[in-house]
Design a protein around this ligand. Structure first.
Ligand SMILES: Nc1ncnc2c1ncn2[C@@H]1O[C@H](COP(=O)(O)OP(=O)(O)OP(=O)(O)O)[C@@H](O)[C@H]1O
Ligand SMILES: [Mg+2]
Ligand SMILES: [Zn+2]
Length: 564
């Protein structure tokens, strides 16, 4: 007898043999038991997941000589003919090659006649989404008023292409992709029955390549047998499938972990010499990283990870070396690369670039963490009493909150609630007149508007302003001494006009502008307000401290950029 392909030889003949579609088969069994089988069904789902198989089983269940029954005998003429697609009352139509209205008219005509032998006349229309609109219309008429004995089973891989008018007249069953483990189980069962020698790893490779389609799994098993004979071995299967061994992927990822770019690039070179394709390689590495991420986040959950047991524990071990943040960043990089290599002129370069990114990406601290830490550092330092040597100085916070000076940190600045300039700026003449202590708010508004109009002025306001107040219709801006050199610029007509109009707008009254630079000589010494050197100021800046602490930095020198 000629070789019968495994998918046909092992096509399930009863509902219970259908793998992984329990929801569908249970519902159908119930309908049969309660004699409530509908006139129209739509079976949708990927290729090779059991749609046609289930349609035939349903036809047998209804037409079996022993039936209707949920366990068709498989022996009677009806059962056997349906199984071999030769029953006169069960017609399988391929809509892909019978798309037109004529074919559907013919079908309607034939539906009007009673079944010649069986109980039900069953039309299984495959790839039904291929029908023309006219054909759908013709079909609709029949679905609306189906002859008593007729059953339509429409099957499609593209449910979204089915008109809603049709959908609403059918019971819709969505077939799911078959799990890796379910496919592996079937492969093991069938390999055993076929007396194929194989290990879990080889069949695991096939199951993975099947990607949810049992038919694909069985076809690959056919190919593997043709390739290697009765004895499957992992190595030749990898060659057949072009699958990259996990060890190689692991090795690549170890290179990434060691930040060893050379080792990683050499790894790619080796793989290419062994004949692996870049696309495949990229896809497998992406999948591998996805698995690492899942293992890191959820543990080695077999439900989420289509892998044999021993790979699971290795994966778990490797995953522990990375943070979940790293892994999701890696995955993002790889997914982008996977899309790129498909159309790239030099796919290899893209893969290499991606790997370099991985090597570097893992050294990046998640920005959120950094901000949180810097924020913590800032508040910690800010609330600490002043350093010895300036002991007379009040705690910075107290000063920050004291109206009207100094300028309050802008509310949207994530770090540094106390800017160093503020702390050493001399407290000046009396409290403000009009601003009721809410000095920071109009200032924030002023800064925003200036920012939109003058980059230069905005920069000074942002970094060098040490105080401002409104007094006698005059908005007085005091800048730190470091920008004395810029006084001319700050007071030049154009800038003064800009400030004046913005301040008048924000404050809701016409104001004059006064711009000055703080006089260090005037700082009352008895308040302990000594001018600090740039180095001292930098050392006190909570942000600088946090950065040094976080990155284990060392002081090399301090340069006061505000003087340049
Ligand atoms: N759920 C399943 N359980 C057991 N075997 C299955 C299952 N799905 C598919 N198979 C195997 O794959 C073969 C093809 O399945 P079937 O014809 O039912 O797929 P299909 O969903 O109709 O696919 P297509 O969309 O390509 O028509 C079957 O003969 C059977 O060997
Ligand atoms: Mg089918
Ligand atoms: Zn039967």
């Amino acid at each position: 007898m000629a070789y019968e392909v495994l998918a046909r030889k092992y096509r399930p003949q009863t509902f219970d043999e259908v793998v992984g579609q329990k929801l569908v088969t249970d519902t159908l069994k119930n309908a049969i038991l309660q004699d409530r089988v509908a006139h129209g069904y739509l079976f949708s789902g990927a290729r090779g997941v059991g749609k046609t198989t289930t349609a035939r089983i349903l036809a047998k269940a209804l037409n079996c000589a022993q039936g209707p029954t949920v366990t068709p005998c498989g022996e009677c003429d009806s059962c056997r003919e349906i199984a071999s697609s030769s029953a006169i009352d069960v017609l399988e139509i391929d809509a892909a090659s019978n798309r037109g209205i004529d074919e559907i008219r013919e079908l309607r005509e034939s539906a009007r006649y009673l079944p010649s032998r069986d109980r039900r006349k069953v039309f299984i229309i495959d790839e039904v989404h291929m029908l023309t609109p006219e054909a759908f219309n013709a079909l609709l008429k029949t679905l609306e008023e189906p002859p008593e004995s007729v059953l339509f089973i429409l099957a499609t891989t593209e449910a979204h292409k089915i008109p809603t008018t049709i959908l609403s007249r059918c019971q819709h069953f969505a077939f799911r992709l078959v799990d890796y483990r379910e496919i592996l189980g079937e492969l093991e069962r069938i390999a055993q029955e076929e007396q194929i020698q194989s290990d879990a790893a080889s069949l695991g490779l096939i199951a993975r390549a099947a990607a949810g389609s049992l038919r694909d799994g069985l076809s690959l098993l056919d190919q593997a047998i043709a390739y290697s004979g009765q004895q499957l071995d992992e190595e030749s299967l990898r060659q057949l499938l072009g699958a990259v061994p996990d060890q190689i992927l692991e090795e690549l990822m170890r290179g990434v972990h060691a930040s060893d770019a050379a080792r990683v690039l050499e790894g790619v070179e080796r793989l290419i010499r062994q004949g692996f394709e870049i696309q495949q390689l990229t896809a497998e590495l992406t999948r591998f990283i996805r698995n690492l991420m899942v293992a890191r986040v959820c543990g080695p959950d077999p439900q989420l990870l289509p892998l044999p047991e021993e790979s699971l524990s290795r994966l778990k071990e490797l995953a522990a070396a990375y943070g979940p943040e790293d892994l999701s960043r890696f995955l993002q990089i790889m997914l982008r690369t996977q899309a790129e290599v498909r159309y790239a002129l030099e796919p290899r370069f893209h893969l290499e670039l991606a790997l370099m990114k991985l090597v570097h990406a893992q050294r990046l601290e998640p920005l959120e963490n950094l901000l949180v830490e810097l924020g913590k550092g800032a508040t910690k330092t800010a609330s600490k009493p002043a350093a010895p040597g300036s002991a007379a100085k009040p705690a910075p916070n107290a000063e920050v909150d004291k109206p009207p000076l100094p300028v309050r940190a802008r509310p949207d600045a994530a770090v540094g609630a106390s800017e160093p300039e503020l702390r050493h700026s001399p407290a000046r003449t009396p409290p403000p007149t009009l601003l009721r202590g809410a000095d920071a708010q109009p200032l924030a508004l002023i800064r925003d508007r200036v920012q939109a109009r003058s980059k230069l002025l905005s920069n000074f306001l942002e970094h060098n302003l040490v105080g401002w107040r409104l007094q006698d219709g005059q908005a007085r801006f005091t800048f730190s001494e470091e920008v004395r050199w810029a006084l001319d610029i700050l007071t030049e007509h154009e800038n003064r006009e800009l400030l004046r109009s913005i301040c008048s707008e924000v404050l809701g009254q016409p104001v004059q502008i006064s711009v000055s630079v703080e006089e260090s000589g005037n700082a009352p010494a008895d308040e302990g307000r000594v001018r600090l050197s740039p180095r001292e100021r930098a050392e006190r800046d909570p942000r600088v401290r946090a950065v040094i602490e976080r990155f284990k930095g060392a002081w090399l020198g301090t340069r006061d950029l505000s003087q340049e």
